[in-house]
Design a binder for this molecule. Structure first.
Ligand SMILES: C[S@@+](CC[C@H](N)C(=O)[O-])C[C@H]1O[C@@H](n2cnc3c(N)ncnc32)[C@H](O)[C@@H]1O
Length: 304
């Protein structure tokens, strides 16, 4: 099959997330997760030539989905460097930022990248193919406790200690190099009927560690908080509870831990007001059409 921007990834909560940005046609916007470019194209369609969109993606594969335009700049970088890049382009304030977190369908469907247990492939999982430790480096190098922590924290797996021990035992026999080596080392720990679900969590946890997803998310959201001008909007789609907690905390309190700060008079100090109090989720039609959207949650806030 020929991969086009459309088959690369189907955008989730497209209308809701972009409506949430309340776009001013002459404003400056950032899409930190370009992917197949679905959300970026929708933002561009609402801008005129005074406006500008900067879109980030750390995966070079996403670059193939670009349609060049005068008011569009693609930044092939991790979004944790948002502030530096905006400074580089001479942008002091932005009017809105969209983040559609995690990986794209392309990552799961590419048989060579190691994101899915559906294919036997080198255990890589890096979104940026040029930098950092691969998933194989991590499972072969981390000690048992560090491995258990990854699966406990990021996969919320109950038997994370046993998983850590099983991986250490397996790698003493033979280096863990492929997705199948990884899956085989732990599969006996999962009950048959839950095996697929548990495997998905296991792979997700390792992917989060490989790509430092939680650290990058916190850094990007704090930079966005500084960059957004008054009335600027933050629209974020998450796919698991850890991401959602960080987004919720920053939108409610301005910090990732969710610590409430009060001024001298006891009044709440927070940089945002919430646009939606309840998370927005895809309707049943979208969930039916696009199963990946089932875990999506959208939060929108406005800079005070
Ligand atoms: C869910 S997809 C976005 C899909 C996109 N909204 C669309 O409509 O096609 C997430 C994308 O963000 C990229 N990404 C994830 N974390 C990133 C990070 N820290 N820095 C830069 N890009 C990142 C991934 O490579 C992936 O292409």
């Amino acid at each position: 099959m020929v991969r086009t921007a459309e088959t690369y990834h189907t955008p989730v909560l497209l209308k809701e997330s972009i409506d949430g940005l309340n776009i001013r046609p002459g404003g400056v916007y950032v899409d930190v997760t370009f992917g197949g470019g679905g959300h970026s194209r929708e933002i561009l369609s609402r801008l005129d030539d005074r406006g500008h969109l900067y879109s980030f993606d750390q995966d070079e594969d996403a670059e193939k989905n670009i349609t060049p335009a005068e008011n569009f700049t693609f930044v092939r970088s991790n979004f944790r460097y948002l502030k530096n890049w905006m400074r580089y382009y001479g942008v002091e304030k932005i009017d809105g930022l969209l983040a559609d977190l995690g990986v794209s369908s392309h990552h799961f469907d590419d048989e060579t990248r190691g994101f899915s247990f559906r294919f036997d492939a080198p255990l890589d999982m890096r979104m940026n193919k040029r930098a950092g430790k691969t998933a194989a480096d991590i499972v072969n190098e981390y000690d048992e406790e560090a491995l258990a922590n990854v699966f406990h924290l990021y996969g919320e797996l109950k038997n994370s200690r046993k998983i850590g021990a099983a991986l250490v035992k397996a790698r003493q026999q033979k280096k863990i190099e492929t997705t199948q080596d990884f899956a085989k080392a732990v599969e006996s720990l999962f009950r048959r009927e839950r095996e697929k679900k548990e495997m998905a969590k296991l792979f997700q946890a390792l992917r989060i560690e490989v790509n430092h997803e939680m650290e990058a998310l916190k850094e990007m959201l704090l930079a966005a908080t500084e960059l957004l001008g008054p009335g600027g909007r933050l629209s974020v789609i998450t796919y698991h509870s850890l991401e959602d907690r960080i987004v919720k905390n920053i939108m409610k309190t301005g910090n990732a831990e969710g610590k409430i700060r009060q001024d001298f008079f006891g009044k709440f100090e927070t940089p945002f007001s919430l646009v939606n109090n309840k998370v927005i989720v895809p309707d049943s039609d979208e969930q039916e059409r696009n199963p990946r959207s089932r875990s999506a949650k959208l939060r929108i806030s406005e800079k005070k």
